[in-house]
Design a protein around this ligand. Sequence first.
Ligand code: TYD
Length: 207
Amino acid sequence: MKGIFISLEGIEGTGKSTQSKLLAEMLTTAGYEALLTFEPGGTRIGQRIREILLQPDHKEMSPVAELMLYNAERNQHLHEIVLPALERGAVVITDRYTDSTVAYQGYGREIDIKLLKSIDAISTKGFMPHLTILFDLDVQVGLARNRGVNKVDRFELEEVAFHEKVRSGYLELARLEPERIKVIDASLQPQEIHEKIKKIVMERLCR
Ligand code: TYD
């Protein structure tokens, strides 16, 4: 595997989609093949699974059905998009990957982490990013930002307490894996955030 795999993670409204584009542009300018993708939905099949997952009126979805759909989508995404690009030597940037499942379905929905790992062993065979940028932000600030742009999906409708569990889950993951997961303060100005990400990524690429 010649490429570098980078994931961006965080709760709702942290601005990671904007930053992912800036990062991809910066890498392209620097002469890398940068491939920007996302979950759920980076493939044709994933897009259909995304609709099922995020539709606001799918309130009856069980936590395990939700878990399985994210994993199905991830396996498709990994094999169709991520692995071929890494084989070519590209820098692959994905807006969300397995840490989202641990944070949302594990810490948020309280599904046993061991069960999550056993399903992940099927969907990714434990294939992890080389680097993960975690965008950390106050929950109320993040939710308000998304409401400001009229973004409503099944997760935005969850209570604040759910998002608090997701946020602390993410921070716990970063504490457990400080080498891979780098935390960024998402309340900073976009340009400042971009500079910090650039530094972290270039350091990893030049290793
Ligand atoms: P999306 O519109 O892509 O949101 P964002 O801009 O916040 O990334 O919606 C994806 C939603 O799916 C988001 O609320 C997080 C959730 N999610 C999970 O619960 N588990 C997962 O494994 C993934 C990938 C996403």
